[in-house]
Design a protein around this ligand. Structure first.
Ligand SMILES: Cc1ncc(COP(=O)(O)O)c(C=O)c1O
Length: 413
């Protein structure tokens, strides 16, 4: 080694000593994120030959054929290139007609196509939330809504729904008290995963007025809006903040093709947001995904333009599945279950659910029944388990039989 090379090496090791970078870890905010407890239960089931999985939020049926055909045609026609950041014009136009029919006039310029609902949630948060901001979320809740703002360095305060004789309900005064001036964003998911709780129009009106007063953004996760079994809403659609808000105020609605058209694996969704946000949103899409896949967007046009009958029939099947499972579970001693008005889950209590993670691991290991633990949806969910009923009634029956067997085995000890 020459003299000058030696000097460089010693300088480098000195520098390394002075600025020890430590272990190659992710940022603290990322390391602090909660890992999925549903995955933890699924992992406990590895090696169990015959599991009935009701733990994930998707149907056991494939995407309808007319949508798959549209994607095949688009691929055959060479739809393999990047698109506009905010989505292809035909899809934004179709979505504008669809959203307008459900919720009042909405222009293509109010719509951005995203890589499914979860990406739409991330983009919405990136648009309005930064480090140190305060976010409020209503829980129990699909964990992504609570964790996403934390990735951006925000703090999240939760307001829990309460479980009583009529099922899950919101204490509106508690929510309004939590929405203090200076709060940056409210994240609210209705119909709700996991509880099925669905916000009423009056509750939305009061929350919107309060948020307007204090300049608080509302990010409304409405991916289950079509999976609604209540009365009084036009076209079988749940009450939406879009019914009340103008298109140019601090309201961003998140939606997805995953639930109403059974397109979970396609990763396609959309946002409805003020036109003033769109240029900045385009930049964020560019730096996240650049665009949703071109042929998938073309399949999305088919879903929106031709999928209304399918979506309505699906809701009929889901309602039947819900009622079937509720009455089967109500016949089991110790199970407390009610039929919720929205989404596709039963969130219910049963003996042993006060330690829901352990219970779900035992259920999968001992009888091959795959349920999601309530604690996966926040501490407020402890004491419950979630069962996705979007499947063939014969499978639901087989699952109920396994639950009976498990509880009988436990009771015998
Ligand atoms: C409440 C809620 N929001 C958003 C999503 C996102 O769905 P996707 O990313 O498949 O569109 C889900 C999925 O289960 C959900 O439950």
């Amino acid at each position: 080694m020459s003299e000058s090379e030696g000097a460089v090496v010693s300088e480098l090791s000195q520098l390394a000593g002075e600025h020890d970078p430590g272990a190659p870890n992710a940022r603290d905010a990322v390391r602090a994120l909660r890992a999925s407890q549903i995955r933890e239960v699924a992992n406990a089931g590895f090696g169990v030959a015959d599991v009935l999985p009701f733990w994930f939020g998707e149907s056991d049926r494939v995407t309808p054929e007319f949508i798959r055909d549209a994607a095949s045609r688009a691929l055959a026609d060479g739809a393999t290139f990047y698109t506009h950041n905010l989505g292809i014009a035909p899809l934004r136009e179709s979505l504008s007609r669809y959203v307008s029919a459900l919720h009042g006039a909405t222009l293509p310029g109010h719509i951005a196509v995203t890589s499914a609902g979860v990406n739409a949630l991330m983009l919405a948060a990136q648009l309005v939330v930064g480090a140190g901001d305060r976010v409020v979320a209503v829980t129990p809740l699909w964990p992504n809504l609570v964790e996403i703002p934390k990735i951006l360095g925000a703090s999240v305060e939760t307001v829990s729904l309460e479980y009583g004789a009529r099922g899950w309900a919101l204490d509106l005064d508690r929510l309004l008290a939590a929405l203090t001036p200076g709060t940056r964003m409210l994240m609210i998911n209705s119909p709700n995963n996991p509880t099925g709780w669905t916000m009423t129009r009056d509750e939305q009106r009061i929350v919107l007025a309060h948020c307007r007063r204090h300049g608080i953004w509302i990010v409304a996760d409405e991916v289950y809006e079509r999976l609604y079994y209540g009365d009084g809403a036009p076209g079988g659609t749940a009450p939406s903040f879009l019914d009340l808000a103008t298109r140019d105020e601090r309201v961003i609605a998140v939606n997805s093709f995953s639930k109403a058209w059974l397109m979970t694996g396609w990763r396609l969704g959309w946002l409805v947001a003020p036109t003033q946000l769109m240029d900045d949103l385009g930049k964020l899409v560019e730096y996240n995904t650049s665009c949703a896949p071109s042929f998938v967007q073309q399949a999305g046009v088919a879903a929106v333009d031709e999928g209304e009958r399918f979506a309505q029939a699906l809701v009929g099947d889901l309602r039947a599945g819900r009622d079937h499972l509720v009455s089967a579970l109500q016949r089991i001693e110790g199970v407390d279950v009610r039929a919720p008005n929205g989404a596709m889950y039963l969130f219910f209590s049963l003996p042993g659910a006060q330690h829901s993670l352990e219970l779900c691991k035992s259920l999968v290991r001992e009888v091959g029944l795959g349920l999601a633990p309530g604690s996966a949806f926040g501490p407020e969910g402890e004491g419950f388990v979630r069962w996705c009923y979007a499947c063939d009634p014969a499978r639901l029956d087989a699952g109920v039989e396994r639950l009976r067997r498990f509880l009988a085995m436990r009771a015998a000890f």
